[in-house]
Design a binder for this molecule. Structure first.
Ligand code: PRX
Length: 633
């Protein structure tokens, strides 16, 4: 259905065509989908305002394209295979027909709860098929989903619920993660103490653990499903109407509610999924991400289902009940395409958790990676031990904001190089900019990665804060979308992402804003001031290093106990993913005369640098640097 590029020459032709006549290129592709109303304009854009519209005037429902259309051609094909956290619990499968029925039922329940087109629904659930159904049920009735990763704390959850002004929350009684059981409903209850506008909470029974149900607000999923049927007409929304909001960390202050619209996102995720993975009819595709992140949205839910693919969903973690779990699951379900994160690869590699001779892995055809730069050693280990030397690796660079993959090989077509995301996909026009905002031409160069032309999957705004959208992405280099990443283009024109150039740290593939962690640490009553930086970590990619200035009242307090309390504070405010690996207590932070913290110096010290700290002459008190270096943890 969706155009597939089959050779390197075809890739180059498609790329060129998309530069010469982007509107024609995307128009041809978009026509392959079910639209209920044709668009009048393929593309309108302005990167200064910024305003981006794709297929404007068009009307559609993405679930008709994910589900209904396959009912004619392949109703009994498996859409979802679910593998439990517990290897002894039976797997569950849903055909396209069954998934369609389940989504329609849930959509009817949402309607009964008063959810209407444009309303926001917050989803806080573990990796069970009902989570995919929840996203699709919202989309079915034109509601806007806002999925919050179920590892976030109650505070993070309430902030996100309030920012999006969600009126309904979907959750479960509890969740499993390896040997741990987590009281999700308890976290929701705590969050909702601060969310006066939430009217209903729908609770799916996953763990059958006792939970409190608040009368008039909390409802059991199964009770409500029993009241509805499996017919639900899709609500037609505009191409540029919101499909979802997904929060991502910002380099300053609160997380940003990245907003994606329906039409362009649909076309882009479908096209990139098909081509990057070179997906075929009989593939069993497994992406290990959580649906709480954009990778799950685009490449567990929408991209694969739009292509009628079979998707494996996994509830557990790679290291439980033992370190061979990924390999067991691949063999059990005969996975052909496997998409994971460098941090997972490095953690398995570090403990020598290579697949054993008892693992066949013969079904694998293609491997993928996403979320952070992959070091050459991890790439080679992945290639050799998991791919057995004969599976192409697609290192896919993209972001929550880009909606879909941007720079990536096409599996088996684009020649790869370890550590390189290789070449831009059709429609993606990267530019490397220097400090003065000048585009650096030619090859063998390095700069800040920007994109100079719109693509259909790009975010349209930050929910409720268009100004911040402009400030964050379109003001550093006027006329360009700025990614926040540094990047090298080698002699062959291949792209290698070198990492963030702003105050975001990617820890185990999760984006964390340093300001967000600092705010959480500052909430500890004995903390006066904090500066957080990232430092390289062999498994996590980067880890959090916090320099903390205590109040005088803290004198005599046990430092290890304080470190523990500080990390508990981070856990409560952000979630365990934000915890600091290293906390150093200092008497002062290196500041300029104007009071700005010189993070550059702190970053270098955290990295173990003792010389070459750069110019410290503008510091108010250069002596503080000496002290910090002496006390490094
Ligand atoms: O720094 C880049 C890194 O992850 C950032 C985007 O994070 P997020 O919005 O959470 O989306 C992650 C999943 C798409 C990017 O700005 N990143 C992502 N993929 C890669 C990468 N860095 C290097 N190589 C990649 N393949």
């Amino acid at each position: 259905m969706i155009n597939k590029i089959n050779t390197l020459q075809e890739y180059h032709e498609a790329y060129q065509e998309c530069i010469d006549n982007p509107e024609h290129f995307w128009h041809q592709l978009a026509r392959k989908f079910i639209w209920r109303r044709p668009w009048h304009t393929v593309l309108e854009w302005d990167f200064i305002k910024p305003e981006i519209k794709w297929f404007d005037g068009g009307g559609l429902n993405i679930t008709e394209n994910c589900l209904d259309r396959h009912l004619e051609t392949q109703p009994n094909k498996t859409a979802i295979i679910w593998e439990s956290n517990d290897p002894n619990e039976a797997s569950v499968t849903y055909t396209y027909k069954q998934l369609h029925a389940k989504v329609c039922e849930l959509a009817n329940v949402l309607k009964n709860l008063g959810v209407q087109k444009g309303d926001r629904v917050c989803i806080y659930m573990p990796m069970i098929p009902e989570l995919s159904m929840a996203l699709l049920a919202c989309a079915r009735i034109g509601a806007v989903h806002s999925v919050v990763f179920a590892g976030f704390s109650s505070r993070s959850l309430s902030d996100r619920i309030n920012d999006a002004d969600a009126k309904v929350v979907l959750t479960t009684d509890g969740s499993y993660r390896g040997a741990k059981a987590i009281d999700l409903k308890g976290i929701v209850d705590e969050a909702l103490l601060d969310c006066p506008n939430v009217q209903s909470v729908l609770v799916y029974q996953r763990t059958n653990t006792p939970v409190s149900m608040q009368g008039g607000r909390d409802l059991w999923w199964h009770d409500e499903i029993a009241k509805v049927d499996t017919h639900c007409e899709p609500v037609i929304i505009g191409s540029e109407d919101p499909l979802f909001i997904l929060y991502t960390s910002g380099s300053t202050g609160r997380p940003k509610g990245i907003m994606h619209t329906a039409g362009g996102y649909m076309v882009y995720t479908a096209y990139t999924f098909k081509n990057v993975f070179q997906q075929q009819e009989d593939d069993i595709y497994w992406c290990t991400a959580d649906i709480g992140w954009v990778t799950g949205h685009s490449y567990i839910v929408y991209g694969p289902l739009l292509n009628g693919a079979t998707v494996l969903m996994f509830e557990g973690i790679p290291t439980w009940p033992d370190n061979g779990r990924f390999w067991d699951v691949i063999d059990k379900h005969q996975v052909t395409i496997f998409y994971t994160a460098p941090t997972a690869i490095r953690s398995l590699m570090a403990g020598d958790h290579s697949p054993k001779s008892t693992h066949s892995l013969n079904s694998l055809r293609i491997l993928g990676t996403v979320g952070e730069p992959i070091n050459v050693e991890a790439w080679e280990w992945y290639h050799e031990h998991v791919g057995r030397g004969n599976c192409p690796i697609v290192d896919t660079w993209w972001q929550t904001e880009t909606g879909g993959m941007m720079i990536s090989p096409l599996a088996g077509i684009t020649p790869t190089k370890p550590g390189f995301a290789t070449l831009p996909l059709p429609g993606v026009q990267p530019a490397l900019l220097d400090e003065n905002g000048k585009e650096i031409e030619g090859n063998g160069v390095e700069g800040k990665l920007c994109i100079k032309f719109p693509w259909p999957g790009m975010a349209r705004t930050i929910w409720g804060d268009h100004n911040r959208f402009r400030e964050t992405y379109f003001s550093a280099f006027p006329g360009y979308y700025f990614t926040g990443d540094g990047c090298r283009r080698d002699a062959d024109g291949y792209y290698r992402i070198t990492g963030r150039v702003d105050d975001i740290i990617i820890v185990s593939g999760h984006n964390l804003g340093t300001a967000e962690i600092e705010n959480a640490i500052d909430e500890h009553e004995l903390v006066n001031e904090t500066a957080v930086v990232g430092y390289p970590h062999p498994v996590k990619g980067f880890a959090v290093y916090a320099y903390v200035v205590l109040f005088a009242e803290a004198a005599g307090k046990d430092h290890d106990a304080l470190r523990k309390e500080i990390n508990e504070s981070i856990s409560a405010i952000i979630g365990p993913i934000g915890k600091a690996d290293k906390i150093q207590f200092v008497t002062g932070l290196p500041k300029t005369r104007s009071g700005k913290i010189m993070r550059r110096i702190l970053r270098k010290i955290a990295e173990g640098e003792t010389d070459n700290l750069g110019d410290t002459s503008t510091l108010l008190d250069p002596g503080v640097v000496e002290e910090i270096m002496r006390g490094k943890v």
